[in-house]
Ligand binder design. Sequence first.
Ligand code: NAD
Length: 295
Amino acid sequence: LEKGANRPDAPDQKVKKLGVIGAGMMGAGIAYVSAQAGIEVVLIDQTQESADRGKAYSEGLLDKGIKRRKVTEQKKAQVLGRITATPDFAALAGCDLVVEAVFEDPKVKAETTARAEAHLPADAIFATNTSTLPITELAKASRSPEQFIGIHFFSPVDKMLLVEIIKGAQTGDRAVAKALDFVRQIRKTPIVVNDARYFYANRCILPYTNEGIRMVREGVAPALIENAAKLVGMPLGPLQLTDEVSIDLGAKIARATRAAMGDAYPDADVDEVVFWLEDEGRLGRKANAGFYAYD
Ligand code: NAD
């Protein structure tokens, strides 16, 4: 065989049909980049309306592309035609890979895993987009933990190139290979990391955002914190970044991590600020209000 030629009997690892469960900020973005790469996508949420809203996100991005003359009407129709939005888990039949992006809550994730697997082929790989929950724990809800893996995207999905692939204690090589192939198929850069708390990227990011919030609590003016961060070369200040990621997600991560760490949890002071914003309905950029007002 010539160098670089595929062996005729080599299995085709490309994802053919992808399930995305949870059509919120992340799921909608994952569906978009996957459909862009030619993959057929089933996008599931709790109601038809919320699933449709997730698909409409792709439509919005494609319309922007049309305005900038980077996308044609034909291309838009093709990409949208690859996304089926539905609340019906039975539509997952035939998916070779699923990425779950439901709420950051172990119970909701466990229920979703079992519900989805009831409809999936026996050899399908199930991935979670969790930000912080240990993969090894989430895998306990799966019928086959060796086929369970973390595929962790960053927001906004269409712009961020890095994707973390997280191996749980029982994750098998076939799941890792499938995840790597998928990430390359959608033209992003994978890194494989271990199942340590916060994986890789959030180990770097959370201390940054937490210290910014801590300074606000200590009475430092937000503008000072943000401008200083930008002057040392960070693209977003810690408060703006927290707004982008969303306050309710920060609160969910905090609750899950506190429950897991007990007395060793170090960020209770930060959470006071985050929980207060959440109570006020200031959920970040998506709600037009968080640390900042966006109007
Ligand atoms: P989101 O609240 O915007 O979306 C979650 C969606 O899941 C909602 O549309 C909700 O209706 C749906 N959902 C909840 N329970 C469901 C169920 N049982 N069945 C079907 N759909 C259900 O949240 P998000 O920010 O997109 O985060 C989703 C996941 O991605 C979380 O695990 C989060 O930790 C992770 N994540 C988020 C970010 C980020 O920057 N926001 C980055 C990386 C990973």
